[in-house]
Design a protein around this ligand. Sequence first.
Ligand SMILES: Cc1cc2nc3c(=O)[nH]c(=O)nc-3n(C[C@H](O)[C@H](O)[C@H](O)COP(=O)(O)OP(=O)(O)OC[C@H]3O[C@@H](n4cnc5c(N)ncnc54)[C@H](O)[C@@H]3O)c2cc1C
Ligand code: HEM
Length: 249
Amino acid sequence: MNENQRELISTTVPILRAHGLTLTTHFYKRMFLHHPDLKNTFNMGNQKSGKQQNALAMAVLAYAEHIANPGVLLPELKRIGHKHVSLDIRPEHYPIVGNHLIASIKEVLGEAASKEILEAWEIAYNQLAELMIGIEADCYKSQTDKIGGWTGWRPFEVKEKVKESDEITSFYLYPSDGGKVVKHVPGQFISLKVFLPKLGLNQARQYSVSSAPNEHYYRISVKKEINVHLNVNGMISNFYMTKYRLAIR
Ligand SMILES: Cc1cc2nc3c(=O)[nH]c(=O)nc-3n(C[C@H](O)[C@H](O)[C@H](O)COP(=O)(O)OP(=O)(O)OC[C@H]3O[C@@H](n4cnc5c(N)ncnc54)[C@H](O)[C@@H]3O)c2cc1C
Ligand code: HEM
């Protein structure tokens, strides 16, 4: 990326920030229209409440803002990378997000988006994607290098369920293949994926491992999310199944 392209990106950041919500709403609508399968990857509850849907596009804008010194964003990029790994995000997903993001910038900025601006954005996105893919490749490798390690979604079953209180229930999750699990470190979380018939989609949520580190199972303690006012209860925390698919970070 040359100096001129960096300059071009910097000039568009405030405009894109001002239109942040329009941009991100447009982006997700566009991406899900062309790739409805990705609804299984994203948290549709967050999409509905708008809670996290800004995160992806806003992080790309933050990168553009620090284009001259992206190293300052490394700790944050590592955190995002861990979350991505827990959701089994792979290198082949990056061009999809990139295409829809650049197309959305073009559609939202209209005539203000010159060919040069769009080219500069494409280069910036690809640089960031390469960085993220590298961080995530290291995480995937470190998972498979460990005893009991795996990547992707592995089937687990609930062997024991303990009601801790009116709100919280613990689930003891064992690999369906009878194999070992990676000994977790304190504070580690797993992503759990289930098929929700109500949505006709797979959905994933994160849960901290609440058991002591061991090679046989993970215990998670789930609080039922109840929203009495709106009559919309949490989708996964109120849904009990005996089989789950888990990915770890
Ligand atoms: C790193 C990490 C670790 C976590 N660890 C734990 C843990 O150990 N234990 C735990 O219990 N949770 C944990 N969580 C939270 C967990 O991942 C889920 O977010 C939580 O269980 C709620 O998921 P849900 O599917 O039940 O709710 P969702 O369906 O995702 O809904 C979330 C909230 O939004 C409300 N809502 C849904 N739809 C609407 C709507 N249309 N309008 C307004 N409000 C709406 C719901 O009532 C609910 O309160 C963790 C999260 C992270 C990121
Ligand atoms: C350079 C590109 C990307 C950036 C900068 C980025 C950034 C982010 C950020 C900031 C979050 C929120 C993390 C958190 O706070 O928990 C996030 C979450 C997420 N990202 Fe990415 N992301 C990128 C690419 C992708 C790709 C290619 C995919 C796959 C299609 C993807 C899928 C997700 C999913 C599923 C979540 C969880 C959010 C949810 O379900 O609500 N991201 N990303």
